[in-house]
Structures are given as structure tokens and as C-alpha cells.
Design a protein around this ligand. Structure first.
Ligand SMILES: [Zn+2]
Ligand SMILES: [Zn+2]
Length: 178
């Protein structure tokens, strides 16, 4: 009984790669920083953005975060969410190694595939290459895809939480009957 509960807690402690992905590089977060709107990106990805920091908008939800971005710009490494980074390193050591070695993780490959399919079906509908998106629009569409994916994951998690609650309820009942 005790052992079972411990392993249950351990399951809840693992992270989902989809929740640890940067909206800029579409890969596992490295040295994550978190925006006031509770989105995350890699410190290096943030630093590589050429936009004026005072006009910075969250790449996920477009919330203006100028004051936050100015602070991150001057704090650098200090802005990294250290606990979060430690957990990501613990769970996704392999993904991080792949990323640093320049290999794409599965989530990037999936996003690229889905995007390409989308692009092909759009261009066959429109029959015109000049209608293909500009790089800025490409990123917007990627973000759209990720948002859809997030919604799916959210629904899935809701179901999982419901199942977990039911499991806990059953455990408590069997514990009381013990
Ligand atoms: Zn990144
Ligand atoms: Zn946001």
C-alpha cells in the first residue's frame, strides 16, 4: 500500500515534454525564463530576439511584457527559473543533449510534419506559390499549431486528473476498509 502511494507520487512528478517546449526554437526548454503571462522560453532564444525589449510581446499569447523583458535582459542568467531548469535537466537529459548536438527532438519533427502537411494542402487549394506565407507568418502558424496542441493536452490532462482523483478515492476507500 505504502509503496504503491510512493510510486503514484513519482508518476505525478514527471514532466511532459509538451509542457517543457520553447515557442521560439520548438525544442526542449534550455535555461527557461517565465513571462508574467506564465509562458516560458529559453533564455538564449529570448536573447536572440532582435525586437526592442521595451516593446516585447509574449511569443505565445502576445501579452505586452516590456518591463519584464527589460529586467530579463539586464539580469541574464539570474532570470532563469532554476528549480524548473533543474527538473527539466533531470527528466529530459537526453533531449537536451540532442538539442545541444543539433539533433531535432521528436516534438520538433512532429510539428514540422504537421506544418508541412498543412502547407501542402493550402497550396494545392490555392494553386499559387505566391500565396505561400512569409517567414513571420510561418512562425505565427507554428504558434497556432502549438496552441491547438496545448488545448488537446489540456483536455487530456483534465481527463487524467479525473482518473487520478477517482483512483485516490478508491485508494482511500480500500485504506479505510483495511
Ligand atoms: Zn528556445
Ligand atoms: Zn504569454
Amino acid at each position: 500500500m505504502g509503496l504503491f502511494l510512493i510510486s503514484f507520487v513519482n508518476i505525478k512528478m514527471t514532466l511532459d515534454l509538451n509542457d517543457c517546449t520553447c515557442p521560439i526554437c520548438l525544442d526542449v526548454l534550455i535555461k527557461p525564463i517565465s513571462t508574467p503571462c506564465r509562458h516560458e522560453l529559453c533564455l538564449a532564444c529570448f536573447q536572440s530576439m532582435k525586437e526592442d525589449v521595451s516593446k516585447f510581446e509574449c511569443p505565445m499569447c502576445r501579452t505586452p511584457c516590456g518591463a519584464w523583458a527589460t529586467r530579463v535582459k539586464s539580469n541574464g542568467e539570474l532570470a532563469v527559473d532554476k528549480v524548473r531548469w533543474l527538473n527539466i535537466k533531470r527528466v529530459f537529459a537526453e533531449e537536451i543533449r540532442n538539442k545541444l548536438e543539433g539533433k531535432s527532438s521528436q516534438i520538433v519533427i512532429d510539428a514540422m510534419e504537421a506544418y508541412k502537411k498543412n502547407l501542402v494542402s493550402n497550396s494545392t487549394n490555392q494553386k499559387s506559390a505566391s500565396n505561400l506565407a512569409q517567414p513571420g507568418e510561418l512562425r505565427k502558424e507554428y504558434l497556432e499549431l502549438i496552441r491547438e496542441e496545448e488545448e488537446n493536452i489540456r483536455l487530456q490532462r483534465q481527463n487524467e486528473e479525473k482518473e487520478s482523483l477517482e483512483l485516490i478515492k478508491r485508494l482511500l476507500v480500500s485504506f479505510n476498509n483495511f
